[in-house]
Design a protein around this ligand. Structure first.
Ligand SMILES: *Cc1c(COP(=O)(O)O)cnc(C)c1O
Length: 470
């Protein structure tokens, strides 16, 4: 398996060569030369596998430059009942016959990003142990990504995490989740500013190539291909759990922001998993819904990005979307490069008058969006009808998924976080706060470890330099 760039400007590389970044030198995203096809026999053989064995079968199709026994061990270390709360890893909850929620949020930070990030942490560790190199992960977060990365990388030899967050702007729960980590390789940096200031600093540091090289700066952002691979697994797991035989089809509803989660569903479908529809749900930041409805992809300015009650989907552009467009154009890299040169100038492109617009349905995609009122109503409705409590993001997926539900086709809605992370909205929906999972009861009372810095790239560079030489 070799990887190429969606913009055509990269010689084929192995998985290990793209593991630490995912971004190609030409600005495109790494993608397999071709997708592995899963035969019906293989599908039959996989139906009863446990999560670890299934994960090995799928991930090894994409990772052929790590010896099989090593990969098997890394996967077995990652997907344990200890880390994910139960041996199913992604348990399926049935609301009523034909309508399910796939639980992806039982990892250490109670959001689906743990499923990919925990594997990434162990793959990084394996790679660095082999080369003896160090890695300094620099990131900006307004919540979920940062804590998921920190919990995946804590205590790992040769890895430090420098995570910038806007001082005083995250929820108390999210702040406590990150800042209570006492591991010496985790550096929480609270920036006097807003999230965009944090992101600007990350960009400025990454653009200083000399500093980046000297300090081995890396990222774990959502375009990382290994994260997509890890997420493919639960589409298969969910399919097997919701069906009895492999000639049934299912549809998935996916709360979407950067198009990472649903991109994994797209790849699973390309591999041959019998997925009828991939139902993409956005919140008020509906750049993706607009594309699937109208054929116009119009990334927003950051000033146009709304702050919503499903904040992990508050995006101005969808970084993984380029991978889907690459497939939609039948892998026309020069067309993708041309469109993204327009996108990178903050402008839009329009496929509505081309044959590609009609081709979208051949890939199973449909979409919809939600807003605060429908989100709250969905949480209340699901709670009253099924005594199941969902978070705001999952509610967006349930709301849009429900609108596309078909007779005879099981609908699986992906749960992307637990309600406890967004208790203000839960309070608004059902009149009381959600119960805390065990182990999280006194989170906000734990001692916190963080530094406060001005929003200045030079200040952050010297801080990173000092810590690397401490
Ligand atoms: C990151 C995140 C999403 C969006 O996922 P994408 O892969 O960016 O589309 C949705 N819900 C929650 C809770 C998240 O943390």
């Amino acid at each position: 398996m070799r990887y190429i760039s969606t913009r055509g400007g990269m010689l084929p590389k192995t998985f290990s060569e793209i593991l630490l970044s995912g971004l190609s030198p030409d600005g495109g995203l790494a993608i397999p030369e071709k997708y592995p096809k899963i035969s019906l026999t293989e599908l039959n053989n996989w139906r009863d596998l446990g999560y670890q064995d299934l994960a090995f079968e799928i991930i090894s199709r994409f990772v052929d430059d790590i010896p099989a026994e090593d990969l098997r061990r890394i996967i077995a270390q990652t997907y344990t009942a200890e880390v994910f709360g139960n041996a199913d890893i992604t348990p399926l909850k049935t609301l009523e016959p034909g309508w399910h929620i796939l639980g992806l949020s039982n990892g250490p930070t109670l959001a689906f990003k743990d499923i990919a990030m925990q594997l990434l942490g162990n793959l990084f560790q394996y790679q660095l142990d082999k080369t003896g190199e160090e890695l300094n992960i620099l990131g900006a977060t307004s919540g979920d990504t940062g804590s998921s990365a920190e919990y995946a990388m804590r205590g790992k030899r040769g890895i430090r995490v420098f995570m910038l967050s806007p001082f005083g702007k995250m929820s108390r729960f999210q702040t406590a989740q990150m800042f209570s980590l006492q591991d010496k390789n985790i550096f929480n940096i609270a920036i006097r500013g807003v999230f965009d200031d944090c992101q600007d600093i990350v960009k400025a540091v990454s653009n200083d190539h000399a500093f980046k090289q000297a300090h081995r700066i890396g990222t774990v952002n959502s375009i990382n291909w290994a994260r997509i691979v890890a997420q493919i697994v639960y589409y298969f797991k969910g399919y097997f759990a919701a069906t009895k035989t492999n000639d049934e089809q299912v549809s998935f509803a996916v709360p979407s922001g950067n198009f990472g989660n649903i991109c994994a569903g797209h790849v699973a479908r390309m591999m041959g998993l019998p997925i009828k529809r991939l139902i993409l749900a956005t919140n008020e930041n509906d750049v993706l819904d607009e594309f699937f409805m109208t054929g116009v992809y119009r990334p927003r300015a950051t000033t146009e990005t709304k702050h919503t009650s499903s904040p992990s989907m508050d995006i101005s552009k969808a970084s993984n979307f380029e991978r889907f467009i690459f497939d939609l154009t039948d892998r026309d890299a020069s067309q993708v490069a041309q469109w993204w040169s327009v996108v990178d100038q903050g402008k839009s492109f329009d496929i509505s008058s081309t044959p590609l617009f009609n081709k979208i349905k051949d890939f199973g995609f449909v979409s919809g969006s939600s807003n605060h009122a429908s989100r709250i109503a969905t949480i209340r409705d699901i709670y009253q009808r099924y005594q199941v409590l969902v978070d705001t993001h999952t509610a967006d997926g349930l709301k849009v998924g429900q609108a596309y539900r078909e007779n005879g086709i099981p609908l699986i809605c992906l749960e992307t976080a637990l309600p406890v992370k967004f208790s203000e909205s839960i309070q608004e929906a059902i009149g009381h706060e959600p119960k805390r999972p065990s182990g999280f009861e006194n989170l906000e009372d734990l001692p916190q470890r963080f530094v406060v810095k001005e929003a200045n790239a030079e200040t952050i560079k010297s801080y990173i330099h000092e810590q690397c030489h401490a």
